[in-house]
Ligand binder design. Sequence first.
Ligand SMILES: Nc1ncnc2c1ncn2[C@@H]1O[C@H](COP(=O)(O)OP(=O)(O)OP(=O)(O)O)[C@@H](O)[C@H]1O
Length: 245
Amino acid sequence: MSAAPALRLDGVRFAYEAMRMRFDLVVEPGEWLALIGPSGAGKSTLLDLAAGFAEPDAGRVLVAGVDVTSRPPAERPLSILFQDNNLFPHLDVFRNVALGIAPGLRVSPADRTRVAAALDAVGLAGFEKRRPAEMSGGERQRVALARAFLRDRPLLLLDEPFAALGPALRQEMLELLQRLRAERQGGPAAVVMVTHHPEDAAEHADRVAFLEAGEIVAVGPTRDVLTGQGEPRIAAYLGTAKPGT
Ligand SMILES: Nc1ncnc2c1ncn2[C@@H]1O[C@H](COP(=O)(O)OP(=O)(O)OP(=O)(O)O)[C@@H](O)[C@H]1O
């Protein structure tokens, strides 16, 4: 592929007191990569490093070919969707979505049309005046999704955003996400998704990276990684290890 990777972690090193981490990773444009691995392996920290919430001790972070290592989160060409804290509670739905394109909330008529179209795309036309507290968890995440896609960034970082929603709704949201990213004008957005649900990776991801103790210990096509081929640690994590192996 000739276009620059959507995300590149190049010899990125980072340490919390409890663990040293080192990440090398390339995510191609339009690719969907799932991050799996045991609790505390470093999955959320990897996303924090990509998003700019954590600064590497060494190495470089590139997004869409641009070195963003020392840029703050707001200046990186990506969108983020986490489980909580995606919306501002004091702003209504319209304003929460409009923030994606008009950070100062100076909304032009053209912006207004785009916000309405984004809300329509996630099935929330007519919800413009509601506050987040007046909506269900699933509806709130739809608002966050509308904002993320309105920003039209080439990279979307997901940290279990739909984990609290229940299996059917989680699937519905992932399918909506799949559809919205495919419709992006400049080509599908790349997705890096932390998940504790291997079935979500199996359904949606092109590749899977398995993390353990602050490192990516295996990365490859979803099927290969999820069958744990040649990697007993993955089988142990998935609970598919055969007795005696
Ligand atoms: N703010 C922090 N300060 C100090 N240590 C931290 C901090 N955040 C995470 N850690 C430590 O860094 C390591 C990696 O944590 P991280 O949250 O990235 O793991 P994870 O794979 O996302 O885990 P989980 O699946 O439980 O969410 C863990 O040892 C954790 O205790």
